[in-house]
Write a protein that binds this ligand. Sequence first.
Ligand SMILES: [Zn+2]
Ligand SMILES: [Zn+2]
Length: 96
Amino acid sequence: MTALEAGSPCALCSLPASVAVEPLRRALGRGPDPVDPSFSVTVLLPSIPLCAEHAADVRRGTTFIGWCDDEHCRIYGEADETSPCGQEFEKLKVRK
Ligand SMILES: [Zn+2]
Ligand SMILES: [Zn+2]
């Protein structure tokens, strides 16, 4: 659990988040930097803000968190649901 920025909404609904969980696979590799190909880019996933109810679901394993790494999304959502860009959210493991 980490401190939350005030006013963050839950990643899975629009309720105010009450906890933040950390994704286990926090760093995602992303290949060469489009601006300078001699560098490779890694993205660090932010903590996942969740409301009390979704945090309990994730702990129970009834809901899975997903991440869409499309450059237009890069957001959390419910795993296997369709993200705004049309791809499915990729399931992530989280620290419980
Ligand atoms: Zn929620
Ligand atoms: Zn997407």
